[in-house]
Design a protein around this ligand. Structure first.
Ligand code: PLP
Length: 428
């Protein structure tokens, strides 16, 4: 698989290089030179998830890595369920939160960890990533205890739930965590600055595990195929899919799936009040505002880093951006959506509820829709309990971290301070 840098198209790399580098020159995103298409989509949809995913990933990577390696990576990464559950009339939730850290990030993080495990073969790797909540836990869990790999996770101090924080800051060993006194966009900027700094680049051989890493996006393509496969068992039409969006990795993966031939009627990009993209899709002006804190904190992103990839797919496929509907959902409507879903018998949390709300608003009479259930409701138990006035039992994965101690270092959003810290913990 060949990829080019969207900022410097003359920089062309293999998948292996793209996974190890994360970002290209000048923080440019890697983008595939060719998007493979799949024949016999019906035959593919009839396969079980893991077998189908081997073929979907194989279409991108078998030539470079060999189908056997692809099969091993897929089998080890995807070892949990992803049911499509009816949540309301004409509305289904693809529950992506049955992995070890109870969020959709488990797909990308586990797949990336297995890719590096296969591709790095004994090289020392340092992963630096920023999280607005769930990436941290998923990456920490996927890489915890792997030989030769150190992980550093930055997160916005006080802006993620305590449970979320405990899921990745209490492990220790090769997992280092840093609480930054700033918002997620500032954490993301620190990560990007680190990749640009020649001392760090040459001295620490950094890798990123954010959704900017192409391996994570390939993994996410697979669950869109599963969504459509399950949907088609009881529906003849093609679904509309609403994606709760922050950094827009998830939507990027969905568009890749559609470009490969998966029948999806259209996408809805649903955000919270950090609505840079819905406003842009409405009026053509890219004008990010300051990030605001919301209940769906993992989507508190004003400058989504994957957006250039969305535009690139639309361009190479000769689609139009107007085919993507952007909807920014207020806090009050998020609350109403969690309540409405619960009244209909479906327990949700703010991120998925935003996508459900956007679907309901825009679905036509003859259409059915799928929203992505990106996190387990118990991961956001404080806000869900408050909205619904119910007690939510903690699933065992979460109950286990409650008594543990947070091991994070605390830093200001200061690049020089971060640089000193990285050299202290990673050069031994
Ligand atoms: C629970 C949840 N939902 C949705 C999103 C948004 O996904 P993306 O950043 O790929 O747009 C995130 C991202 O962290 C998340 O954690």
């Amino acid at each position: 698989m060949e990829l080019y840098n969207l900022k410097h198209p003359s920089q062309v790399v293999s998948f292996t290089q793209a996974v190890k580098l994360g970002l290209g020159k000048d923080r440019g995103l890697f983008f595939p030179k060719n998007i493979p298409t799949l024949d016999d989509i019906d035959g593919l949809l009839a396969l079980p998830f893991v077998e189908r995913s081997k073929k979907v990933i194989g279409a991108w990577l078998a030539e470079e890595l060999g189908q056997d390696t692809v099969d091993r990576i897929v089998e080890r990464a995807f070892n949990f369920d992803l049911p499509l559950v009816q949540a309301d009339k004409d509305l289904y939730s693809l529950e992506l939160f049955h992995g070890p850290t109870l969020a959709f990030k488990d797909f990308g993080a586990r797949f990336m960890a297995q890719c590096l495990n296969e591709l790095a073969k004994g090289e020392k790797i340092n992963i630096l990533t920023a999280t607005s909540g769930d990436t941290g836990a998923a990456v920490a869990d996927a890489f915890y205890g792997l030989d030769n790999i150190n992980v550093v996770v930055l997160y916005p101090k006080g802006k993620i739930s305590v449970l979320q924080e405990k899921m990745f800051t209490t492990l220790g060993d090769n997992i280092h965590t840093v609480a930054v006194s700033a918002d997620f966009d500032a954490c993301q900027t620190l990560v990007k600055q680190s990749f640009e700094d020649s001392d760090i680049r040459d001295g620490l051989h950094l890798n990123s595990a954010n959704s900017i890493n192409i391996s994570r996006l390939l993994a996410q393509i697979c669950y869109y195929f599963e969504a459509v496969a399950q949907f088609k068992k009881s529906n003849n039409s093609d679904p509309v899919i609403a994606v709760p969006s922050g950094n827009f990795g998830n939507l990027t993966a969905g568009l890749f799936a559609k470009a490969m031939g998966l029948p999806i009627k259209r996408f809805i990009a649903a955000t919270n009040s950090n609505d840079t993209v819905p406003r842009y899709l409405d009026n053509g002006e890219w004008s990010p505002q300051l990030t605001v804190a919301t209940m769906s904190n993992a989507m508190d992103v004003a400058e989504p880093s994957n957006w250039p990839r969305v535009e690139a797919i639309v361009k190479v496929m000769n689609w139009s951006l107007t085919d993507i509907k952007g909807i920014g959902v207020s806090e009050a409507d998020t609350v109403d959506s969690v309540k409405a879903l619960h009244a209909g018998g479906y327990l949700s949390e703010p991120h998925a509820a935003i996508a459900a709300f956007a679907l309901k608003q825009t679905l036509l009479a003859d259409e059915k829709g799928i929203f992505l259930g990106t996190a387990h409701p118990a991961k956001f138990n404080e806000v869900v309990e408050q909205i619904l006035a119910v007690d939510l039992p903690l699933p065992p994965e979460l109950a286990a971290v409650v008594p543990k101690t947070i091991l994070s270092a605390n830093l200001a959003a200061d690049f020089e301070a971060l640089k000193r810290h990285l050299f202290t913990i990673l050069v031994k």
